[in-house]
Design a protein around this ligand. Sequence first.
Ligand SMILES: C[S@@+](CC[C@H](N)C(=O)[O-])C[C@H]1O[C@@H](n2cnc3c(N)ncnc32)[C@H](O)[C@@H]1O
Length: 266
Amino acid sequence: MPSLTLDTPELAQQYDQVSDLQYEHGQFLLAGLQLKPGNALLDIGCGTGRLAELAARHHVGQSGRVVGVDPLPLRIELAAARTLPQLSFAVARGEDLSAFADGSFDAVLLNSVYHWLPDKAAVLNEAFRVLRPGGRIAISSASRERPHDIQRILAKVLADAGLGRGQVGGSTPYRVTHAELATQLETAGFLVDEIRLRRFADHFPNVEAVLAFSNASSFGNFLGDYLPDVRARLQAALRGTLEALATPSGVLLHRNLHFALARKPA
Ligand SMILES: C[S@@+](CC[C@H](N)C(=O)[O-])C[C@H]1O[C@@H](n2cnc3c(N)ncnc32)[C@H](O)[C@@H]1O
């Protein structure tokens, strides 16, 4: 299970700087929510708040409201530096949104968070509760049937080391299939409008940029299941594999993500 106690000020700061990929694909989710001026949006697992700020600036108008929650205090500290009247942040896990009343949001967003959640039912039930009837939810999640390139590479590194029959070392550990995502949403009471698999080609300038992205995105959990010396050896093997893939223009890696849009019945 991912730990929520391994984050550091450096990782939080780094995430703010290297999360362009999440920020860019998160905009598909925002567009899908079709927010209107005056709407209230809850961003669950908002990280350092980049997407929440964008939503507050451009999607809900000055009469609207965007609230971002995340269990990592260091990330919420950075998010809270984004000062707009219609934007606020709080430390909270998606499994416990008791700070918010039933039906108090028009929309809920989970961008690159779902694959970190061991108890998806608890989070979906809370999201359903805080949404008004007819309110919408948008989720992006790593895909179990189509792993990211980095996950395949990690799986090989672990297998070569005689490890890794289980989850892949804290890299998007709870990813889902298309069918699982649909069933989980429906079980929580949502009507599913759309689930699409999108494939992204990411160009990293060098191997260090791949590792920085993976470390910061995993808030200290990247290969975190292993003891420090084993982890160091795995990191070295991963670096070697990535260096073999690098070209003078950098490292090209693909990610595959499910994008789901669903709504609470009116
Ligand atoms: C890759 S970051 C995505 C951050 C942000 N949504 C974005 O698009 O940049 C994953 C986030 O999920 C958060 N997270 C992990 N477990 C969570 C939970 N149980 N409830 C809510 N958020 C969680 C982490 O704290 C982290 O900030």
